[in-house]
Write a protein that binds this ligand. Structure first.
Ligand code: FES
Length: 145
């Protein structure tokens, strides 16, 4: 049911962890299942993503898509990172079962939320970037970050 790439990224996820004093951090929730993903970006003065880490409290497809998404944005500019859609992540994994496509949305949304945070902190706007949806329950919002 899952491709080899999905299984590889699920069993050996890349870039798991946190970045202290991250340039941008985004936490998003999947309203369909309640799973949560957080992405940390370390962005240099040239707006290049120097490092990226993630934590996912979610299903295997969510872990695999976060892992692949971090690989796709690492070393890229913030504008290139905007092109890393859930479709691009799915393609890079050689596909996901149709019932799991919604899981890959978390990765795209988490990257966008982290970019939004970075943009807010630096007083810039990133073309095409929209304010992240607030679809995490109140309990998660009160968590100490
Ligand atoms: Fe929740 Fe996959 S089932 S993200």
């Amino acid at each position: 049911m899952y491709t080899e790439k999905v299984m590889d990224h699920f069993e050996h996820p890349r870039n798991v962890g946190e970045i202290e004093n991250a340039s941008g951090m985004g936490t998003v929730g999947n309203p369909k299942c309640g799973d949560i993903m957080r992405i940390y970006l370390d962005i240099d003065e040239n707006q290049i993503i120097r490092d990226v880490k993630f934590k996912t409290f979610g299903c295997g497809a969510a872990v695999a898509t976060s892992s692949m998404a971090t690989e796709l944005v690492k070393g890229k500019s913030i504008y290139e990172a905007m092109q890393v859609t859930n479709k691009a992540v799915c393609e890079a994994l050689d596909g996901l079962p149709p019932v799991k496509i919604h899981c890959s949305l978390l990765a795209e949304e988490a990257i966008h939320a982290a970019l939004w945070d970075y943009a807010q902190k630096n007083g810039i706007t990133i073309d095409g970037l929209e304010k992240p949806k607030d679809n995490i329950g109140e309990e998660e919002e009160e968590e100490d970050y």
